[in-house]
Write a protein of this length. Structure first.
Length: 596
């Protein structure tokens, strides 16, 4: 299972902790951008409204002027049913004086009767002409209200004008029309004098006038280059998108505002240079970018700081722990660039390691002392048993009765078996285990070494698996082998030319089978009875088999050789100084009592 490093986890925790800050900063940047966009749109709209203020003033002034003129007596007398020439001349002079006063704004003025025939005008030749076919005459006749008509080429003058029309009503009835032509070029070139002292979007407004199809009809000098395509303007008019952004004819980006001037036939379009996208992004998201850079810088500092003040000291501690685990006595030097906590931890681990090494040395010395004592104990026990065996041998030499001397010899062999076991224990590095095959071979060799002069040569076949057993298993097996071999050498080979004894041990499924057989005369009938003999040797073999937790089987009749089979469970692997005595086996003294 892969696990992330401490540094990665630390960075993940810091990033998670900073996520709310990052999210709040992003929200504030987005909100600031929206507010900035709203403020800019409002500023552009205000600038456009300010730019067309002179035109709106002209239209409003024209409306008031026409309202006053429509009630003037000279104007009303000119549209009487039978006007006299003096009334017509007075009306024409009145209009001419008015246009001379406002010659920079108006180019023509005339009055018609109810049928559309011109009754009064500044151009005498136009008197009598009819305007009944004009759209704005019909509109005045129908609406009976003031309005600004679509721009037209002047019939009375050679200039393009924007007609301002008001009906002349008498008792609410249409009796004629009064119209003044607003000169388009001067009207379009009007500039707001207050823009000269302004800053920002208002100072950069380019004002143009277009019709509903997007075709330009006038504007300030050089302003036409800021217009988008006519199709884009027509689309904005058709969809009532009075605020939009696009590119002008000069290839620059602009924010546009469409403004109505009292009529939908003539529209003002104000263009303000758009702020660059890069500049906008920087202004809106600059603070957020700075927060991100600060977080990245903090994470980088955390990454390298964790490596210097945390990971490297921990790596030293790891190398130090590995050196201690390998048993090395020379350790890496304690580095001093870690944090005080890490250095304190390293010093504590160093102290623990030194304490462990010290205690390990003391324990090793104690174990060596114990091993020496155990070796000495086993050696002394072996010497004592050999001394006992020698005493039994000396005592047997003084006994004249063969039967009693045989008993002393049997006791001597049993003591010899125990002596050999202790010798094997102190010669091995383990004090609780002996080599099974080596122990049996050595035991048989010792049992037969002192009897070669009175017995024929006996061939031994010893086969056993390589396994180590504890003293609690080796002692019963050694005594069983001693009893069986001694009995065979004493009773089995009278008259046998080639005596043989086979000792075979096998292991299978946790069970050990020990077979001891010979090719001698075999058991007598009373030895194979229900009690399998009543001698001390047989009783001892049964008791020792029970101590191993197993069972004994005697087989072989007269002339067939004798066979002793011991089956017992293999003890578990035992640690040093453990005891393998079967707790369910009956004690030896009780077995001896039961055999009596």
């Amino acid at each position: 299972m892969n696990r992330s490093s401490l540094r990665t986890r630390l960075l993940a925790v810091v990033v998670l902790a900073l996520m709310p800050v990052l999210g709040l900063s992003a929200w504030r940047a987005y909100d600031a951008g929206q507010n900035a966009a709203a403020r800019r749109a409002e500023a552009v709209t205000d600038a456009a409204e300010l730019a067309v203020e002179p035109q709106r003033e002209v239209l409003e002034g024209t409306k008031r002027l026409l309202i006053v003129l429509a009630d003037a007596p000279a104007i009303r007398r000119s549209i009487a049913a039978q006007p006299v020439p003096a009334d017509i001349d007075e009306c024409s002079a009145y209009l001419k004086a008015l246009l001379n006063k406002f010659s920079d704004q108006y180019s023509a003025a005339f009055v018609t009767d109810a049928s559309g025939v011109v009754k009064c005008t500044i151009v005498p030749a136009a008197i009598g002409s009819s305007f009944a076919d004009r759209t704005y005459f019909k509109q005045a006749q129908q609406t009976k209200q003031f309005f600004i008509a679509s721009y037209v080429a002047g019939r009375l003058t050679a200039t393009t004008v924007i007609p301002a029309v008001i009906p002349i009503l008498v008792d609410g009835e249409f009796h004629g029309m009064l119209s003044i032509g607003i000169a388009l070029d001067p009207f379009a070139n009007l500039a707001n004098p207050s823009l000269g002292g302004t800053a920002g979007a208002a100072k950069k407004v380019a004002l143009n006038f277009v019709d509903r199809s997007g075709r330009p009809i006038g504007g300030a000098t050089g302003a036409a280059r800021t217009l988008p395509t006519p199709a884009r303007i027509a689309n904005a008019v058709g969809t009532h998108s009075f605020q939009f952004a696009d590119y002008g004819r000069d290839g620059e980006a602009y924010d546009y505002r469409l403004l109505q001037l009292g009529t939908d036939a003539v529209l003002a379009i104000a263009a303000v240079p758009a702020v660059g996208r890069r500049t906008t992004l920087l202004a809106e998201w600059g603070d957020f970018a700075l927060v991100c850079l600060a977080i990245v810088a903090a994470l980088v500092a955390l990454w390298f700081g964790a490596d210097r003040w945390c990971l490297k000291p921990l790596l030293y501690i790891r190398h130090f722990a590995n050196a201690v685990a390998r048993g090395e006595t020379t350790w890496p030097e304690l580095e001093q660039h870690g944090s005080p906590e890490i250095r304190a931890l390293a010093e504590d681990i160093l102290l623990i390691a030194r304490t462990i090494i010290k205690r390990e040395g003391e324990l090793r010395a104690s174990i060596e002392q114990r091993d020496h004592m155990l070796r000495e104990i086993h050696h002394r026990v072996k010497n004592n048993l050999q001394m006992i065996s020698s005493l039994l041998s000396l005592q047997a030499g003084k006994i004249r009765s063969p039967r009693i001397r045989r008993h002393f010899t049997d006791a001597q062999n049993r003591v010899l078996a125990l002596s050999i076991l202790h010798r094997h224990l102190y010669e091995r590095s383990s004090w609780a285990l002996v080599d099974f095959q080596h122990f049996i071979s050595d035991l048989v060799r010792q049992l037969t070494s002192d009897r070669q002069d009175i017995l024929p040569t006996v061939r031994f076949h010893i086969r056993a698996p390589v396994m180590a057993v504890g003293p609690d298993t080796a002692i019963p097996i050694g005594l069983i082998v001693t009893e069986a071999v001694t009995n065979a050498m004493r009773h089995a080979f009278q008259g046998v030319a080639s005596p043989e004894i086979r000792i075979i041990a096998s292991q299978n499924d946790g069970q050990v089978e020990l077979l001891i057989e010979d090719n001698g005369v075999g058991w007598s009938s009373n030895q194979l009875g229900p009690d399998e003999g009543d001698s001390f040797g047989f009783t001892l073999i049964r008791g020792l088999a029970a101590q191993l937790g197993g069972e004994v089987e005697l087989a072989g009749g007269k002339g067939e050789g004798a066979r002793v089979v011991i089956r017992f469970p293999l003890p578990d692997e035992v640690p040093e100084d453990a005891h393998l005595t079967n707790p369910t086996a009956p004690p030896m003294d009780r077995l001896m009592a039961q055999s009596k």
